[in-house]
Structures are given as structure tokens and as C-alpha cells.
Design a protein around this ligand. Structure first.
Ligand SMILES: Cc1cc2nc3c(=O)[nH]c(=O)nc-3n(C[C@H](O)[C@H](O)[C@H](O)COP(=O)(O)O)c2cc1C
Length: 357
């Protein structure tokens, strides 16, 4: 019998051919915010991985919201046109559905390329970052500027602008990045948000900015296409975000009309209680699905395909997100499929001999 993980799923008006999702992966290789030849190589090969949905990397809604100078950005017409050309190219040889993650780095911006010096701020050509509060991310990082009402208004406008540009890209899914210690997460977590106004204090106030952005994005994104958010299930820090907080956020996102949440965790600061282990976000994701009745994607070292099959069969989660596995084992879905169903249509004709089908 065909495994459920290989079965179609309809989310809003879009049908994914299976439950596998290529997680967004920043390449820090863009030129003036636009994709370069590396992105063509990277994303067109992932387009042939056999997954149902390919998420394009965290793309900044404004220049100040990049992590490094070389991040992708969707703020102007040139960036839009270059990204559209890339999307068209991925589609040429693949029927994979395509999503884009939009993001603002907040205080986690103005950093070195990770392969030059990981987790380190720029010494030259740095920029002033913004955040919920003027709290440094690490001891040796600069203080970000605490966002005032005008900054909040401007950033919301940037999210609207990127959403409108994304709408013209011919993609199927848009995802708001609310995790991994970036700006929206900085508002959500009591560790980074010490504001005294309506955007700080209790959980409802700390969610306010996230939900205001979410409502605006919902309003500007087509009703029949997929809209989701990547959220943090846990900060792995004492007095930080925990499951009850992320359940509240997910319920509110569902009310606004979001189709899914992708449950991730960590990333707010570098020293936490987090210990990497297989499937580390799974329990959080399962609880969120059970409590919020929203579709849930989960990622985080779900490298054992039998485990992935089991949690999809049990209806614990709806989608499986992998990042690194697609890099070191790019054809794992095709291999698995050709074992299970030699008549599958996912292996490209040109490669069928390689799989003895
Ligand atoms: C090279 C690389 C770039 C990443 N960039 C992003 C990103 O743009 N947005 C995001 O939400 N997560 C990003 N992540 C996190 C992954 O999407 C994923 O959640 C994480 O790697 C855990 O999944 P895995 O164990 O399957 O790799 C990145 C991870 C890697 C390895």
C-alpha cells in the first residue's frame, strides 16, 4: 500500500504531490538582494528532489532586515524581476510547488558571512539594527535601536510590500518567519522584549506586532494560495517561550486565516539548554497540532524516513521539513519511491534507469 507520506495533500487551493518539504536555506550569496547563478544550481536541483514543496530561503523585506549583506531581499522591482526569473527556471523542469519565506532579521542582522566568522557582527560596513527592545543578542554584539511607533509602522509596510511583490512571482506559498531569533521572534519572547507599551509585557501584547503583520500579509496574499508561519515552539531558555505561548500564537494565526505553522525552536541567543538530537521539535509540533487544529509542518533532524512515515500515518503532523538531508542525500525521496512504487511518476524519465525502473 502506498505510504501516506507519498500521498497528495490539499492545503487551501494548492495540492502538494506529497508531504515532503524542502526547508528554507539561506545561501548568503545574493547580489544586491537578488539571486545569482549559485541559486539556480541550488534550487533547480532541489526542484528535482521529489519533494512536494520547495521553500526559498529567508528573504528580507528590507535591506536593514538582512542577516548579512549577501542575503536575498524582496524590496524593489529589480529584485522582484530577478527572483521571478529564477522561479520560472525552477518550474521549467519540475512540477514542485514553490514557497517563499519572508523575514526581518532585527537585532540578528549586520553579521559576517557564516563561513567567514560564524555568529559574529560586522566590523566594517555594519548597519544599525532594530529590535523590540534595545537588548544585545550577545555580550559582544551592539545594542539594537528599540523600535518606536514609526519604525513599527514602517516595518509593517515593508512586509506588505514584499507580500505584494511575492504575489506576482507565480509561487504557491508564502511563509512569515517568526522563529530563529529574528525580529518577529524578538517581539514574541520575553527574553528579548522588555517593552512597557502595548507591544510588550504579557503574552497577548508580545504577540501584537506578529499578529498585526500576519493580518496585513493575509490581506495582501491571495486567498486560494498557501499562507504559513515558521514559529518557535520553545526558546530553550529559563523564562523564555514555551509550548503554551506557541499554542496561543498558533491559535491566533489560525483565526487570522493562516493555513499552517512550521514548528521550529531556539535561535534567540547562542547559549541555551538546547541539545541537538533527532526529531527535537516533534513533541512540540504534535501538541500544537492537537491543540490548535491547524496544519503543522515539523523539521529538525527528522532524518529517519521511517520515523517521518510513522508521524504522518499517525496524523501527528501534516508535513515533514528537511534541510541538511537534501544536501547530503539529495535523492532520498526518489530512492524510497522507486523501491515502493516502480511506476511512480516522480522520478524524471531521464533518471529512471539509475533507479532500475
Ligand atoms: C544552510 C542552512 C540555511 C538555513 N536557512 C534557513 C532559512 O533561511 N530559514 C529558516 O527558517 N531556516 C533556515 N535554516 C534552518 C533549516 O530550515 C532547518 O530548520 C534546520 O536546518 C533543521 O532541519 P534539518 O535537521 O533537517 O537540517 C537553515 C539551515 C541550514 C543548514
Amino acid at each position: 500500500m502506498k505510504e501516506k507520506i507519498f500521498k497528495k495533500i490539499k492545503i487551501n487551493g494548492v495540492t502538494l504531490k506529497n508531504r515532503f518539504v524542502v526547508s528554507p536555506m539561506c545561501q548568503y550569496s545574493s547580489s544586491n538582494g537578488s539571486p545569482v547563478s549559485w541559486h539556480y544550481k541550488h534550487l533547480t536541483s532541489l526542484g528535482n528532489s521529489g519533494a512536494g514543496l520547495l521553500m526559498i530561503e529567508a528573504t528580507a523585506v528590507e535591506k536593514r532586515g538582512k542577516i548579512t549583506h549577501s542575503d536575498m531581499c524582496l524590496e524593489n522591482n529589480t529584485q522582484y524581476k530577478k527572483l521571478k526569473k529564477l522561479v520560472k527556471n525552477i518550474k521549467k523542469n519540475s512540477d514542485i510547488k514553490i514557497g517563499l519565506q519572508i523575514s526581518h532579521s532585527g537585532r540578528k542582522g549586520s553579521t559576517e558571512l557564516p563561513w567567514i566568522k560564524p555568529n559574529s557582527t560586522l566590523k566594517k560596513k555594519s548597519w544599525k539594527t532594530i529590535s523590540s527592545s534595545s537588548i544585545k543578542r550577545e555580550l559582544d554584539w551592539p545594542h539594537p535601536k528599540e523600535m518606536n511607533d514609526n519604525d513599527i509602522k514602517n516595518v509593517k509596510q515593508k512586509f506588505i510590500n514584499s507580500t505584494r511583490l511575492a504575489k506576482k512571482l507565480d509561487i504557491h506559498c508564502l511563509e512569515l518567519h517568526m522563529a530563529h531569533g529574528y525580529l518577529l521572534h524578538q517581539f514574541f519572547s520575553p527574553i528579548s522584549n522588555k517593552r512597557q507599551d502595548k507591544y510588550g509585557g504579557n503574552l497577548k501584547n508580545r504577540c501584537r506586532f506578529l499578529l498585526e503583520v500576519a493580518r496585513l500579509v493575509r490581506k495582501n496574499w491571495p486567498n486560494n494560495k498557501i499562507l504559513g508561519a515558521r514559529i518557535t515552539g520553545k526558546d530553550w531558555i529559563k523564562n523564555g517561550i514555551n509550548l503554551e505561548d506557541s499554542i496561543y500564537l498558533s491559535k491566533e494565526l489560525k483565526i487570522i486565516g493562516f493555513d499552517y505553522v512550521c514548528v521550529s525552536s531556539g535561535g534567540l541567543i547562542s547559549k541555551t539548554d538546547f541539545k541537538p538530537r533527532p526529531n527535537f521539535n516533534f513533541n512540540l509540533a504534535r501538541s500544537i497540532r492537537k491543540n490548535c487544529k491547524i496544519k503543522v509542518r515539523v523539521g529538525g533532524m527528522i532524518d529517519d524516513i521511517n520515523f517521518a512515515k510513522k508521524i504522518i500515518n499517525n496524523n501527528d503532523v501534516d508535513l515533514i521539513s528537511n534541510a541538511r538531508k537534501y544536501i547530503y542525500e539529495p535523492n532520498f525521496i526518489l530512492k524510497e519511491l522507486s523501491k515502493l512504487n516502480p511506476k511512480n511518476k516522480i522520478v524524471p524519465n531521464q533518471y529512471r534507469r539509475c533507479y532500475k525502473i
